[in-house]
Design a protein around this ligand. Sequence first.
Ligand code: SAH
Length: 484
Amino acid sequence: MFLTISTTGTAEAPATDLGFLLHKHPDKAQAFSTSYGDAHVFYPEASADRCTAALLLEVDPVALVRRGKGKGRGGAPDATLAQYVNDRPYAASSLLAVALRTVFASALRGVCDKLPGRAANPLPLWIEVPVLPARGGEPLVRRLFEPLGWTVAAEPVALDEQFPEWGDSRYVRLVLEGELRLAEALRHLYVLLPVLDDAKHYWVSPDEVDKLLRAGDGWLAGHPEQKLITSRYLARRWSLTREALERLELARLAEADDTEAEEIDNAIDEQTDTEDKPVPLAVRRREAILEALRAAGASRVLDLGCGQGQLVGALLKDVRFTEIVGVDVSVRALNEAARRLRLERMGERQSTRVTLLQGSLAYTDARLKGYDAAVLSEVIEHLDLPRLPALEYAVFGAARPATVIVTTPNVEYNVRWETLPAGHVRHADHRFEWTREEFRAWAREVAGRHGYGVEFAPVGPEDSEVGPPTQMAVFTLTAKEAAA
Ligand code: SAH
């Protein structure tokens, strides 16, 4: 299995910078052992004008069979000769993707301390995979790579060049050409090589969804073939595929979200604040939440649907909050949160207090157990109503913190917002907005089902007729339940 990556350069920006970006020196040939055999990295050419890095994976067919045994999709070991006589050792496939991840881990993440500017910018790239198993042939190869900005050549490889009448094999010779960031290019290969191979050899565990979403960050959501990619990558395990597609969809919607939500808050602020120094609604919300957390005596706190981390930042400023975990489905929001909070530059004492996790609140998550309190600030209205019971179970049934604080818009207040047409919600991604009565009815039912008590509080200037712009519920686990 073989793959080459080439770039061109100039005297000022030499092509050999590729060595820094890949974290592999062009003058050395290096070998790395992977679970399936040895991976070699070397440079067939390395000059300022042009530089090519090659990755060669020598698959150990015996290791492959041993590791595969009993772990296959059906569980039962396949006793046929096919497991010994197959193309795995020769054709680029999912094993090459594993090797890419092992050998170029930092490059995949786009990390390059020596040349951060080169890592952050597109390079002219040529990538060649001489023998690529491609189920779906050239048309599918194009459908996968072209939307990502690649110019694609995928020539079918003849079964036997001496006997053209035998026709083509299921392999293509792939050449990709484009101006992309190296990390992006590697992530495309990491996901799409196994997708084309469509014979994922190893056990597909639930954390494959996380791996796929991490590698697909920034390009998979919105790819015209995202369904095929997701389903094949996850070896057609439907439950995992559905989870991945749902998280992709949420991530896509969340991208537009934060700025728009802020604009709407600001519009409300402008209308409602008559005092000399107006306090933005988002700030009032954070203050109300912090107050409720302090009153509950919480020190270990989950911020569920943390977005860009404004509340996490506010929690960090108060030393009583010793452990703060922000969770969001959107990788983009979490990256932005990490940047705003300056996580990378934070001192060790501070940084041990804060963790950001990617995950969907529509699924139970063992990582969320055992906290004092959880906050859902302006989050529930982003879920389709039929998904709300799943969130309810994940938070109140499984994670079960002593205190849960939920805020959501009060739809009655919308009539006070002049620019909002009657009957409209405040934001395109709000799947619903509730009246005070609807919110209270839901909250009381949830509390009753899970052994919590609940109290309500207004947030923002309260209107005598339609109430406050934001409504808040504070749930407290009853003493009996807490002792249980
Ligand atoms: N809590 C923040 C952000 C609210 S915007 C604040 O009060 O300002 C809603 C956030 O919920 C977005 O960041 C969105 O990505 C996240 N979100 C929506 N559905 C989610 C889900 N199912 N799981 C986790 N996060 C979700």
